[in-house]
Ligand binder design. Structure first.
Ligand SMILES: C[S@@+](CC[C@H](N)C(=O)[O-])C[C@H]1O[C@@H](n2cnc3c(N)ncnc32)[C@H](O)[C@@H]1O
Length: 232
């Protein structure tokens, strides 16, 4: 059966439509609720393609199942797609008897709340999510919580500052997942030398590469996803 999510924005690193479709047809299906959220995101929101989508969503769920975090933080909720995938992983962990984890997801743009809150609160995973409006870099520490996993997907120009704000809040051995770290390939394209988001991502990649406090690897999935582990 063909996947419902054969959208050009659900891309793989290969950038070929046939391979994209092949990948989507050989991984877990996108849950119906998330498919409807993806559609609503793209119909009603400007820049709907910022939402994670089918493939990355399934990866986020699986990473939560692998890491088994107690507390997770997300920087950049947007429409709530990735948040609900992280929460789905937490629910699966609980069903497997691994304790009840929780996600704190921050969105800096208060105009996003009217769209996103009903989608989060209407989800079967609502009890696993606290949706907060504010700048994660300044607000997260006020929660008084230590995290085992972070998904960083906010402003590309301030990734380094966000990373520095989060790192002290992460437990030893915790994972930070940083999204879009290849920025559509612009990181190696001199034509983007003056583009502030590209400059921000390059600065972040150089910074993390030289950071001895962490172990890191870049997955060339979609726009690039960097997995960073805070050393014990
Ligand atoms: C790429 S979208 C997030 C997409 C979402 N994580 C997903 O994968 O479905 C980025 C969002 O981050 C928000 N944002 C940017 N900087 C932020 C910050 N410092 N704290 C919280 N949200 C931030 C933006 O307003 C925007 O809605």
């Amino acid at each position: 059966m063909k996947s419902k999510t054969q959208d050009p924005n659900h891309t793989t690193p290969y950038g070929e439509a046939e391979l994209d479709a092949y990948v989507l047809n050989h991984i877990d299906a996108e849950p119906e609720y998330l498919y409807r959220l993806w559609r609503d995101t793209n119909v009603r929101l400007l820049h709907g393609r910022m939402a994670s989508g089918h493939m990355q969503g399934r990866l986020l769920k699986m990473l939560v199942q692998m890491v088994r975090p107690e507390n997770v933080i997300e920087v950049g909720t947007f429409s709530g797609y990735s948040a609900l995938c992280l929460a789905e992983g937490l629910a699966s962990n609980e069903q497997a008897g691994q304790g009840r984890g929780h996600l704190y997801t921050f969105e800096i743009n208060d105009e996003q709340e009217a769209f996103t809150r009903p989608w989060i609160e209407g989800s079967e995973y609502a009890d696993y999510v606290t949706f907060l409006i504010g700048d994660a870099a300044t607000e997260a520490q006020k929660l008084g919580v230590k995290f085992d996993m972070a998904f960083v997907d906010g402003d590309k120009r301030t990734y380094v500052e966000t990373y520095e704000a989060l790192l002290p809040l992460m437990n030893p051995g915790a994972f930070i997942l940083a999204d879009n770290t290849l920025w559509d390939g612009h990181v190696t394209d001199p034509a983007y030398d003056k583009d502030q988001q590209t400059v921000g991502i390059r600065r972040f990649n150089d910074y993390v590469a030289n950071d001895k406090r962490v172990t890191k690897v870049i997955l060339p999935l979609r726009d690039g996803l960097t997995l960073i582990r805070k050393n014990s």
